[in-house]
Design a protein around this ligand. Structure first.
Ligand code: NAD
Length: 360
């Protein structure tokens, strides 16, 4: 099979982790006889430096024309002082809305080999951590109007949070369908005790629940959910929530699984052209030091094969290679448990190579 993949290396550790993921995909091509054509796309700080904006339309067009997009991460303190509408993260928002990828799927699953890297107590981890956060990605407060202005002698800042029924319904249905393929439990997370947008969210979720009688729907306020994720994560199967709540809860969920560097994500809309990226940022504190964990990006590439290209066997092969590498005790610094003498610390490049060597 031949596929065209737009590749956004981005800033900070982005180029290091994407390099390893592409080498893994090359190995998949060698074994399974596929051809992946890579188109380089500049987005984020590097695009600001080159074009004066974080994602020019010409770069976005390359992504829309591809079969899928693999992204590292963008951002860094160098661009902290650029005007708000030109910040690296604006490129990310433009990419997501330009591709129409409204459904972000973030698994929170603990690898048994990393149980001791979780900050949670052993008895909580042993109950199991395996859930998915389905996050609405192109609506809500990140896409509302943002304004700061002077009023009565002081500055006032306003961020607008908008959700339409249709936006809630389409992500809600993804939540139900995801639960149908798993343990049939869906937890809808909102803040309906305070926000109108959340009350609408809850109403829509309960209306469409009638179409999924096999799924048990529960509601949870976002502040309670933040507590429950650390108190008893085993209670969750699928969480569906709006953009900002999903952003925050998925970072929290990543930590209890050991490291943010392990977690991949997929973002899909109406077509099979998806956006695949690790959930972490550009980690400027470790950039260029060969310290980054490339596994979240490598697993994102596996998700691309599974969900956009229907290459299930190939995706399985990558995931098994990651598991085998962890089994053998290899760890990047973020997942190496302090004091463990049986574990072998490796850098980003070596971790990538070990995973490649374990792909059969
Ligand atoms: P971050 O996720 O980049 O880093 C948080 C912590 O996790 C850091 O200590 C970092 O070293 C560590 N970490 C992250 N990824 C890792 C990996 N693969 N291996 C090992 N350790 C890893 O979050 P931040 O520091 O808040 O943000 C840094 C920059 O990234 C900011 O400019 C932010 O806006 C941007 N950002 C980008 C994205 C994206 O591109 N999707 C997402 C979040 C943040």
């Amino acid at each position: 099979m031949e596929k065209n993949i737009a590749v956004i290396r981005g800033d900070g550790i982005g180029p290091e982790i994407v390099r390893e993921a592409l080498l893994v995909l090359d190995k998949i091509c060698d074994i399974y006889g596929h051809k992946f054509n890579y188109t380089e796309v500049k987005m984020g700080g590097c695009a600001i430096d080159e074009f004066g904006e974080p994602l020019p339309d010409s770069e976005l067009s390359k992504c829309i024309a591809s079969d899928s997009v693999l992204l590292g991460a963008v951002g860094g303190s160098k661009w902290d002082t650029v005007p708000g509408h030109l910040r690296p993260e604006k490129g990310l928002l433009k990419l997501r809305s330009g591709m129409g990828v409204y459904s972000n799927n973030r698994p929170a699953k603990i690898w048994p080999q990393l149980a001791s890297a979780s900050p949670l107590k052993t008895e909580i981890v042993e109950k199991g951590i395996d859930f998915i956060i389905v996050r609405e990605l192109i609506g809500g407060i990140y896409f509302g109007k943002h304004e700061t202005y002077d009023e009565n002698g002081e500055k006032k800042a306003v961020d607008e949070l908008v959700y339409r029924e249709s936006e809630i319904e389409r992500i809600g249905r993804i939540g139900f369908e995801t639960a149908q393929k798993r343990n049939k439990k869906l937890c809808s997370v909102e803040k309906s005790n305070v926000l109108d947008s959340s009350r609408l969210w809850k109403d829509v979720m309960h209306r469409i629940a009638a179409d999924y009688p096999d799924v048990e729907l529960t509601d949870m306020l976002v502040d309670n959910c933040a507590m429950q994720i650390v108190k008893d994560p085993s209670q969750f199967d699928v969480i569906v929530t709006e953009n900002m709540f999903g952003d925050i809860l998925s970072d929290e969920a990543s930590q209890i699984t050991g490291s943010i560097g392990m977690i991949p994500s997929s973002s899909l809309g109406a077509t099979s052209c998806g956006l695949y990226e690790p959930i972490h940022g550009s980690a400027p504190d470790i950039a260029g030091k060969d310290l980054a964990n490339p596994i979240g990006t490598i697993l994102s590439a596996a998700m691309m094969l599974r969900f956009s290209f229907d290459m299930v066997e190939e995706a399985d092969a990558i995931e098994k290679a990651v598991s085998k590498t962890l089994d053998k005790g290899y760890r990047t610094q973020d997942i190496k448990t302090k004091g463990a003498t049986d574990l072998i610390r490796v850098g980003c490049r070596e971790m990538g190579q070990l995973i490649i060597d374990n792909i059969k």
